[in-house]
Ligand binder design. Structure first.
Ligand SMILES: [Zn+2]
Length: 234
């Protein structure tokens, strides 16, 4: 496993923390070149904003939860087992996505070009339970299907990407878009969403190329550096 990938996962952890997407809860993973092994950030309680490469955990797909690891690590393991073409998963408990997750009908209007990965029908995990074992994680990945995001009721969301960079920025943009939807439902004024006849996949390809994700990564990384002299994630 390359030191570079470990360093990238630590950077992803800090970028997500700098956007308040992960902190006490929430985690991010990436599949390694060995399809049986993945990297994941430390579990609840670790300082995600100070995550260093040495703090990143490397796990086999069959490894179980232990203290220090994310409790819901099974969602990462089972994504990487069942959909190895998706290299990365981000799990968040962020406020706007949690607000959407508690709505009986999740709104799916597209209000931001940069959220064109938003599904036309939002997959929703309906269980009032964490994803704390392998069968639950397999059900979750089944619900996700080919979507980029799944909401977990009263809990948060799972966002996936073909690359670590894509998953991280989908997570950031998903929370922004969820905030737009919550606000638009609150003001109750007529909306002008992206028309239904605009293909979201085509739009995504035009607006959010891999190059854009890489540029966004470089930009966000500069705001997610560990302060000099700061201790690591302890
Ligand atoms: Zn969770």
């Amino acid at each position: 496993m390359s030191a570079e990938l470990r360093s990238e996962l630590a950077t992803a952890t800090r970028i997500l923390a700098s956007h308040q997407l992960i902190g006490m809860f929430g985690h991010v993973s990436v599949l390694t070149d060995d399809p049986r092994r993945y990297l994941v950030c430390p579990g609840a309680g670790a300082r995600k904003d100070r995550c260093r490469a040495a703090d990143v955990l490397e796990l086999d797909l069959d490894e179980e939860f232990e203290p220090g690891r994310p409790l819901e690590l099974y969602m990462h393991a089972e994504l990487h087992r069942l959909k190895p073409e998706l290299k990365s998963l981000v799990h968040v408990h962020s406020p706007a996505l949690v607000a959407l997750s508690a709505m009986a009908e999740v709104p799916t209007q597209l209000l931001m070009l940069h959220a064109s990965f938003w599904p036309e029908v939002m997959p929703v995990w309906e269980e009032a339970e964490l994803v704390r074992d392998r069968p639950a994680a397999q059900r979750l990945i089944g619900i996700l299907g080919n979507a980029a995001i799944t909401l977990l009721r009263w809990h948060g969301a799972v966002i996936v990407g073909a690359t670590l960079h894509e998953a991280v920025f989908r997570a950031i943009l998903a929370e922004e878009h969820a905030g737009q939807l919550v606000t638009s439902l609150s003001h109750r004024r007529p909306l002008a969403p992206v028309p239904k006849d605009v293909d979201r996949s085509d739009l995504y390809a035009r607006v959010l190329s891999p190059r854009t994700h890489d540029m966004h990564w470089d930009y966000a990384s500069t705001f997610a550096e560990i302060p000099p002299g700061a201790r690591g994630s302890d």
